[in-house]
Design a protein around this ligand. Sequence first.
Ligand code: 5GP
Ligand code: MN
Length: 319
Amino acid sequence: MNQTLTFDQAVNLFKEPHRIFIAAHIMPDGDCIGSALGLTWALRKIGKTVTVTCHDHVSESFAFLPGLKELSAQVPTDEELLVFVDGSSADRYGAAFDPKLFGARPVLAIDHHATNENFAPLNFVDATRGSCAEIIFRFVRALDIPLDATIAQCLLTGIITDTLGFRTSNTSPDTLRIASALIEAGATIGGVVEQVFNQYSLPSLRLRGKVFSAAQLDGNILWAEVSQKDLRDFGITNNGAGGMINALLGVDAAQIAALFTEKESGKIDVSMRARPGYDVSGVAARLGGGGHKQAAGALLDGPLTSARERVLAELRKVV
Ligand code: 5GP
Ligand code: MN
């Protein structure tokens, strides 16, 4: 039976083990990478040996975070504690989440998604948090680990990516207090923002032009799509589509936005955003994905047109 833990119970799991395995989720974003690396550097600071992993391609745009190169597709071996960060379901971790490999050691998931399925044997979920990195900060504090600039920069990256630079409705007073402590420890907002938001390639800008000019309004749902052909035509190899979804929801007539991206596998990634008062997490969960009220996603079978019709039919029910 899977268990949900109190904060203190979850913190205590870190005290005894010397070797710890940490996994970031697939299609990794700044929050899972910043959370995984921030926790890694913090635990190393108190003498732990940490293996930090991700079973997917990790974007070079996070190369400014120390340790990024370590995130490779490893599975648990002899670690005494396994930790899965920022994912709402087991399928977000690829081969790293394999109950056959768990044995008797504790396996903990730390997450902030409203759709979290308590998928791990042990779970600590706080869906009031705008980012997983805020929860990791609380763990670091509770373990009496002194912050340094490396830990702080990783965690601030998580906060800034998931709150879109302190602009989402789940940015709380505590988000700002934590960010403030991280800045005092040596992280800089400018350093993160420059790397995370102000860095896309010229082909990616041009792709945006094409995708945005073909965007469609369906009632108050704004949608757009990116095909493999688009990515090839614009010479984009890896996820040049990142960040477009937030611009779509900037359209005044839209309450909900959806971006469909055709993956190399032929699967369709749908990324959804909703204005406050609307909720796309339920739709994402019904489609086999997950997320938050204001930002959620799922991976669907192709082709693009049928995936789009399936999603729009669900979204029309929530607007
Ligand atoms: P994004 O649209 O930025 O990729 O994701 C928005 C939110 O939805 C993130 O919190 C992300 O973790 C979640 N999400 C996106 N795609 C999936 C998915 O395929 N499955 C699940 N469980 N969550 C997803
Ligand atoms: Mn997150």
